[in-house]
Ligand binder design. Sequence first.
Ligand code: SF4
Ligand code: SF4
Length: 105
Amino acid sequence: MSEKSNSCQSCGACCAHFRVSFYWAEADDGGGLVPSHLTEKVNDWTRCMRGTWSHAPRCAALRGELGREVSCGIYPLRPGACRQVEEGSEQCRKARAAHGLPEPA
Ligand code: SF4
Ligand code: SF4
């Protein structure tokens, strides 16, 4: 989910399509911000948002109904990977298409 935008607030597709991985030290038990109870270990160096390493991914921090009205429950604390998804980017388009949502305006 990129910086607050109307499209993102009625979407959430990128929070429910990819494994959202990041360097482990971004978690709060590594000195970072991301609440560690919402993460899971991928390997010694990498964590991911809980719920995103799954056949039907959905981040444990995502609130609301996908494609209608959503928010990130840890918005100011979310990992860098989430901040890097730009609305309208290839990642965004892929995630939206996978959920049957049209390209963002
Ligand atoms: S898929 Fe695109 S429009 Fe949807 S929440 Fe992510 S960045 Fe926003
Ligand atoms: S932490 Fe927030 S922005 Fe990142 S995937 Fe989860 S719900 Fe989406």
